[in-house]
Structures are given as structure tokens and as C-alpha cells.
Design a protein around this ligand. Structure first.
Ligand code: DGL
Length: 277
């Protein structure tokens, strides 16, 4: 191969979430594209998004998209259901030529898996109240009995980084108890933070309830869009993954160490322009 010849390995993918949750998506992308350069922003200094206004989430998402495209991202993954619901349209209209992947609760796979037709959806208040979610439910779950569980406080508790902490387990227990009473046989993990507590959710719901995690579906969509990209010249010096946080660097470091099995460099990110409220 010619020295410095462009290869698919040099593709740069920007990924962001309100915080640590999007690392569940980053991990799946890395499994499918092991040679891509991954750029990740955890907006932990402004998490949780789930209880913020749409305007606030739009402003954060646009600022982070600008940062990641400025870092050379050729493709942007909004690894957050809440930000996708509130801001994907705004991000797409700001970058009409950009390749942008969003994340939505997996109602379609849930419809294929459920046997009793009762499907629980665990997600943030923001996701569940969104027009985007209403349309998704109309398209894929009109025939299902959807039981929506706004998991207040759960993403914020996971942001502590300690997924086995009592505060996290209490939140999981409360939200799962509500769904268990409703005899759902399938539970959609409609927030990218929740795969990190899937073991607790499964334990609360029981072994017969199936959990739907869309991380790998998002990674497959990312692979499809990455295939359309002109590759950039590879740089041997570039790290495989660069992670920034607007929150606590140590928390991100510990979390990445526990959950990611590939090398990352981490850096703080000064809060990007933020609206009030
Ligand atoms: N991880 C985000 C999602 O997928 C939201 C968590 C939050 O409330 O910030 O919805």
C-alpha cells in the first residue's frame, strides 16, 4: 500500500450524549468499525437533558456538533434519545450536507419480539413527551399496549459513574416495579444510559422479560453511512478515541476504564456557549 494512502481506517466519527450514556453507543460503533477515529463529547456538565427544555437541548446539541465537526468529524452520531428527539431536526438543518445518525427507542424490534403485546418503554421525560416519539409509536407500535415509564432521576444517578450504587439501584427498582405490575414482557431501553444498568433492570424484571438495546442498530446505521465517506489520510499518531467532557474528568476516566476496552485519550472541554435555563 502507498504511504499515507487514504484508508477507511482514517474515518472520523463524532459522537455525543448528555453525558456517559452515549459510551454504550460508542462501544458498539468501535466493535463494528475498529479502525475509525472516534471523537466523543460527554456533556456531563449539562446533564441530564431529560428534564431540560427543547431549546436548551437544541443549543447544546448545535454547539457540540460545531465542536465535533471542527475536530474533523465526517459523520455525527447523536448518541442520545432525548437530544435526537429535541434537536436532530435543528442539527440536520444547520448541516444539510452532514451525515447525521440519531437514536430512537427500539419500538420496532420490540414489536417483533413481544408475545403478549405489552411493551414497557423506559426513557426520559423529554423523549416520551416528544412529537418524534409520538410519530415513532404511531408508525411501529399502534397495535401494541405501550406502557411508558419516564425514568426520572435514573440518568442523573448513572452520571455519578457508580452504576451499582444504592441510589442507582433504588431508581431502577422504583421504575421497574411500575412496569412489572403492568406485566410487560418486553422492555425498551429508550435512553443510552440504561444499557449500563441493564443487569439491574433484568434482575428486577425477571429472566423472561426481554430488554431491547438499540446500540448495535445505531452502529450498523453508522457503518452504512461511513461506507459512503471519502476516507481521510491515516495518521499513525492519532489515538483511536478522544473523549472530552464538560463535567468531571475523573468520573469519565473511571467510567471509560471500566466499560471501554480500547485506548482513549481524555480531556476537559470548557463549557461551550450555553443558554440560560
Ligand atoms: N442518554 C440520554 C438519552 O438517551 C439522556 C439522559 C439525560 O437525561 O441526560 O436519552
Amino acid at each position: 500500500m502507498m504511504k499515507n494512502a487514504p484508508t477507511a481506517s482514517a474515518i472520523r466519527i463524532g459522537v455525543f450524549d448528555s453525558g456517559l450514556g452515549g459510551l454504550s453507543v460508542l462501544r458498539s460503533i468501535r466493535q463494528r468499525l475498529p479502525d475509525a477515529r472516534l471523537l466523543y463529547v460527554a456533556d456531563s456538565g449539562h446533564a441530564p437533558y431529560g428534564e431540560r427544555s427543547d431549546d436548551y437541548i437544541c443549543a447544546r446539541s448545535l454547539a457540540i456538533a460545531e465542536f465535533l465537526f471542527g475536530q474533523g468529524a465526517q459523520l455525527l452520531v447523536i448518541a442520545c434519545n432525548t437530544a435526537t428527539a429535541a434537536a436532530a431536526t435543528a442539527v440536520r438543518s444547520r448541516y444539510p450536507e452532514g451525515r447525521i445518525v440519531g437514536v430512537e427507542p427500539g419500538l420496532k424490534p420490540a414489536a417483533a419480539l413481544t408475545r403478549n403485546g405489552r411493551v414497557g418503554v423506559m426513557a426520559t421525560t423529554g423523549t416520551l413527551r416528544s412529537e418524534r416519539f409520538r410519530l415513532l409509536a404511531q408508525a411501529h407500535a399502534a397495535h401494541l399496549d405501550l406502557r411508558l415509564q419516564a425514568c426520572t432521576g435514573l440518568a442523573a444517578a448513572i452520571e455519578s459513574g457508580e452504576v451499582d450504587a444504592p441510589a442507582v439501584r433504588e431508581r431502577v427498582a422504583t421504575h421497574c416495579a411500575a412496569l412489572r405490575e403492568q406485566a410487560v414482557d418486553t422492555v425498551v431501553l429508550g435512553c443510552t444510559h440504561y444499557p449500563f444498568v441493564a443487569h439491574h433492570i433484568q434482575a428486577e424484571m425477571g429472566p423472561d422479560v426481554r430488554l431491547i438495546d438499540t446500540s448495535d442498530a445505531v452502529a450498523r446505521r453508522t457503518v452504512a453511512l461511513a461506507g459512503e465517506l471519502p476516507a481521510m489520510p491515516a495518521s499513525a499518531a492519532a489515538p483511536h478515541a478522544r473523549l472530552w467532557t464538560t463535567g468531571d474528568l475523573g468520573t469519565l476516566q473511571d467510567f471509560a476504564h471500566r466499560w471501554l476496552d480500547f485506548p482513549c485519550t481524555l480531556a476537559p472541554l470548557d463549557p461551550l456557549a450555553t443558554p440560560a435555563g
